[in-house]
Write a protein that binds this ligand. Sequence first.
Ligand SMILES: Nc1nc2c(ncn2[C@@H]2O[C@H](COP(=O)(O)OP(=O)(O)OP(=O)(O)O)[C@@H](O)[C@H]2O)c(=O)[nH]1
Ligand SMILES: [Mg+2]
Length: 348
Amino acid sequence: MSVQCGIIGLPNVGKSTIFNILTQMTVPSLNFPFCTINSNIGFSIVHDTRLIQLKNIVSPNKIIPTVVKIVDIAGLVKGASKGEGLGNKFLREIKEVNALIHVVRCFKDDSIIHVQNRVNPIDDIDIINTELIFSDIDLCEKNLSILNNFKGQNKQLVLEEKKLLKKCLLNLKKFIFLRKLNFSFQEINLIKKFNFLTLKPTIFLLNISEKKENNIYLKEVKKFLNNDIVNIICPTILNKIKKKQNIILKLSKIIYSIYKILNLKTFFTVGKKEIRAWSFIKNSKCIDVSKIIHSDFKKGFIRAKIISYIDFIKYKSENSVKKFGKLRLEGKNYLVQDGDIIHFLFNL
Ligand SMILES: Nc1nc2c(ncn2[C@@H]2O[C@H](COP(=O)(O)OP(=O)(O)OP(=O)(O)O)[C@@H](O)[C@H]2O)c(=O)[nH]1
Ligand SMILES: [Mg+2]
C-alpha cells in the first residue's frame, strides 16, 4: 500500500493545478472556488537515481519505482469545522491521508478570485490552521465526554486516555498543533486511534507565479513558517519547461520532503525480471518490511539476504559481492537500512 498525501488549502489557491503537475494528470483547475468537490486521486512517482544505476548493472526487463498517492481535497473555508462550505466532508477526507501538503497562495493576480477578496498568505494559513485545530478540539471534547461516561472494565486505560486527551486539549486551546508536542512512546500508541488532523506530518507548498527573487510574500511567509518544512512551486514556470528531466528534478524536492516528514526510506529488490523500489518506515525490522511485498513473506519468514546499495554498485554482481564477504544473512529483527537490496527467504 502506498503512502497517501492530501493537498489542502483555501479554495482556488492552485491545489488542483499542483495536483496535475505532481501526478501528470489533467483534472479541472478553473478560476472559481470549489471547482473541486469530489477529491481527485493520482500517483506521483518517486524518482530515485539509484534505480538507474542498478539498471545499468543488471539490465532488467522492467523497473518499478515507488509512488506516493496524492489526493486533491476540496477547498476549505472559514467555519468548515462547524459545517461551512464543504465543511465536514473536507475534514473527513483529511483524516484518510498519512500526510498533508498545505498549499498557500503567494501570487498576486487580480484576475484569479480569492475567497477573502485579498491576497494575504499568512492570514490564509491561519484560517486553515484554525479549522484543523477546531476540528481536533471537537474530537477531544467528544472523546472525553465518552470516556467520562464509560462504565466498562479497563479503568486504567480510560484514565490514561483521559490524561492524554486533556494534554491535547490544553495545547490545542493555546493554538499549538499536536505535531509540535512531545509524546512518550506509550502516548504515541494511545493517540493513534483518534486520528487527529493537527498531528499529521505537513509540508507547506507556497504557490508563486514568478521567480522566487521577485515574489513579495515569500520572505515574510517563510519567517512565519520558520519551524515547518516549506517548499516553493511555480506552476507557470514548470508548465513551460520542455525537458521532462528538469521538471522531475523540481518535483523530487517536494516528494522527498514528504519522505522526510513521514520518516520513509527505500529498499530495493533486484532481479533480471525487474528492479523495484519499495518504501518503508525508518527503523523497521526486517520481518515487518517483508510484509510490504507480500503478507506470505512475513508468515513464512526465514531470513533475508542483504547487500547494501553501495556494495552492489562497487562489486556489480551478487557473486562478487559474496566473494568480497559483503553479502549478509540477517534475521527478523535486523533494522533495514536505506538502500538495502533485499532477497527474502521464506517457507510456507
Ligand atoms: N496567476 C496564477 N494563477 C494560478 C496559479 N496557480 C493556479 N492558478 C489559477 O488559479 C485558478 C484556481 O486553480 P485551481 O488549481 O483550480 O485551484 P484549487 O485550489 O484546486 O481550487 P478549488 O478546487 O476550487 O478549491 C485557476 O484558474 C488556475 O489556473 C499561479 O501560480 N499563478
Ligand atoms: Mg481544485
